[in-house]
Design a protein around this ligand. Structure first.
Ligand code: FPP
Length: 249
């Protein structure tokens, strides 16, 4: 269906506040076109732009993109280097557009282990957009859910050791406040492209009740229409949070 027709089917009063995306299929898309994997990542930037724009136009508050996992370091050095440079390039090109559109940039993950130029470009982008209010675009970089939960456990233990916190004070809210997503609502919708149906260590704690949407479309081909389709699908589902259908009415 055409993009505008899909957009008009979305109920703006029932939008997810936070949408998380596992951008997958860049390599396979490139291969399909007889090109190196990096060609897929470069074309993936178009999809990043489309999703960011579509989400901001609709009024979604947070979009989190899985841009680089802690496992991605195992890829060929050449690909990792190219991805890191692509991030720097994209950030320096797009920060102005983010500002024009009142979008705040944020990053989650172990950023200190990123190459210096990537880390710097990221911190620069975050600083330059920090006062923007319309939407927050979160890049998950050198991120994994298990890493994040482990870090939360460490920081809670430190607080117990120093006497700041008692073990019986730990509950789900306390733990949530020690995650890198503190202050953000949990994603209600998680999209994964390319036909894979795994979570791959992404936002493990936060997606406890998220609706999962899998599409065969490769990430470089993902456009606004695909994004709208995912939201329409989400809105057709009944979210029960453990209750019965009758209890919801
Ligand atoms: C997954 O496809 C994609 C990635 C690990 C990288 C995503 C990065 C970008 C789209 C580049 C720029 C991003 C931002 C936020 C500016 P894959 O390589 O795993 O594909 P495959 O499964 O087909 O091999």
């Amino acid at each position: 269906m055409e993009q505008q027709a899909l957009k008009s089917q979305i109920d703006l009063d029932k939008l997810p506040r936070h949408i998380a995306v596992i951008m997958d299929g860049n390599g396979r898309w490139a291969k399909q076109h007889g090109k190196p994997r990096v060609f897929g990542h470069k074309n993936g930037v178009t999809a990043v732009r489309e999703v960011t724009e579509a989400a901001a136009e609709l009024g979604v508050e947070y979009v989190t993109l899985y841009a680089f996992s802690t496992e991605n370091w195992k890829r060929p050095k050449l690909e990792v280097g190219a991805l890191m440079r692509l991030l720097v390039e994209t950030l320096s090109k797009e920060i102005e557009t983010l500002n024009k559109n009142n979008i705040r940039l944020k990053a989650i993950g172990d950023l200190s282990k990123l190459p210096d130029i990537t880390h710097k470009a990221l911190l620069d982008g975050i600083a330059k957009t920090q006062h923007n209010k319309r939407m927050t675009l979160v890049l998950a970089l050198n991120y994994s859910g298990r890493w994040e939960i482990t870090e939360a456990a460490k920081s809670l233990s430190e607080q117990i050791k120093s006497g700041e916190l008692a073990p019986e004070d730990i509950n789900q809210d306390t733990l949530g406040r020690h995650l890198s997503t503190k202050g953000m609502p949990d994603p209600e919708l998680l999209i994964r492209t390319s036909g894979e149906t795994r979570i791959s260590n992404f936002l493990l704690w936060q997606i406890a009740y998220a609706e999962l949407y899998f599409t065969p479309t490769y990430w470089p081909e993902f456009r606004k229409a695909h994004f709208y389709q995912a939201i329409i699908d989400y809105q057709r589902r009944e979210r029960r949070f453990g209750k019965t259908s009758e209890q919801l009415v």
